[in-house]
Design a protein around this ligand. Structure first.
Ligand SMILES: [Zn+2]
Length: 302
């Protein structure tokens, strides 16, 4: 497999962390993967998506595994765990995975994985929950509580044929057995300024993460809030609200909640972090004259 020239693991330098309402955010680039373009863009015809991004010779799109390291209230929160390294070589090859180990990614940036207090997992697909546990079956973050929506955990243990084999159920149970699983229900503050927000749509129990409290930071500077969408909006290419992916289990819901969250993000000048976007982040959004959602040209990411 061709190895891309960019570095495998990268973290935003500490001095360049973004502040969102008192929470400091650094992007952890935990490697690369290549989802199938047809699946990734779902209902969208190739003539439309191919204007935005090129597929490789196997019909795949080069994407990043973006995690967030958030520091707030004296606690450290990791958002997402990447693919991890438990997958068979054949599957790693098909999915074009390079790297994927969230603990190695943190260490590469000088961050001790044992310093993580909470790990928020947006949903239980392999590229978000695959790195909850190491190849030895132990949680990669020894001190952390792993935050998953209860609905997602129930779906992973259920008997729906569509879900069997695509949820990281075994990893979920290993985390539970280690006493480190925190199933939450609904919108919950994990630490001050870091809130999980159930969205559904992509999977039954998908959750987004809101960072920074509204109104805070007004003394020090302008209000700043950020959002991490999980796979509800995996890259800037999926900003058109009806562009549902074939991986969205509940596409009708996904379109509705995407519309709601994008409206809040535009109206509130939120900074947006995209979990699979290979470009500079975060970005702010705006509505065009035709009513479409677009990246605000003046927003400069890291
Ligand atoms: Zn994903």
């Amino acid at each position: 497999m061709n190895v891309v020239t960019d570095r495998l693991y990268e973290i935003t330098p500490e001095a360049e962390a973004r502040e969102h309402g008192g929470a400091r955010v650094r992007i952890v680039r935990a490697g690369w993967f290549r989802p199938d373009a047809g699946g990734f863009f779902g209902v969208v015809p190739k003539p439309l998506w191919s204007r935005l991004v090129e597929a490789d010779e196997r019909g795949r799109i080069l994407c990043r595994l973006n995690l967030l390291l958030v520091e707030s209230g004296g606690k450290r929160v990791l958002v997402e765990t990447g693919t991890g390294e438990r997958m068979r070589d054949k599957d790693r090859d098909i999915k074009g995975i390079e790297g994927g180990n969230p603990a190695v990614a943190l260490k590469a940036g000088g961050v001790d994985p044992d310093s993580i207090d909470f790990v928020i997992v947006s949903h239980l697909h392999y590229d978000h929950a695959g790195g909850m546990v190491g190849t030895d079956g132990r949680p990669l973050f020894a001190r952390a509580r792993y935050v998953v929506q209860r609905e997602e955990a129930i779906a992973a243990r259920g008997d729906e044929l569509r879900l069997q084999g695509i949820m990281e159920t075994e990893q979920l149970e290993l985390v539970r057995a280690a006493g480190q699983l925190a199933e939450v229900h609904g919108e919950v503050d994990i630490v001050p300024g870091v809130t999980v927000l159930p969205t559904g749509g992509h999977t039954r129990g998908s959750q987004a993460v809101l960072i920074g409290e509204p109104g805070s930071g007004s003394e020090a500077g302008p209000r700043s809030r950020a959002v991490f969408f999980g796979d509800l909006i995996p890259t800037r290419w999926q900003l058109p609200v009806r562009w549902t992916s074939a991986f969205d289990d509940y596409p009708v819901d996904a379109v509705e909640i995407r519309q709601q969250l994008l409206t809040r993000a535009i109206d509130g000048d939120w900074w947006c972090y995209f979990t699979h976007d290979p470009g500079a982040l975060p970005l702010q959004l705006e509505r065009t004259e035709k009513g479409a959602v677009a990246v605000r040209a003046s927003s400069a990411g890291l």
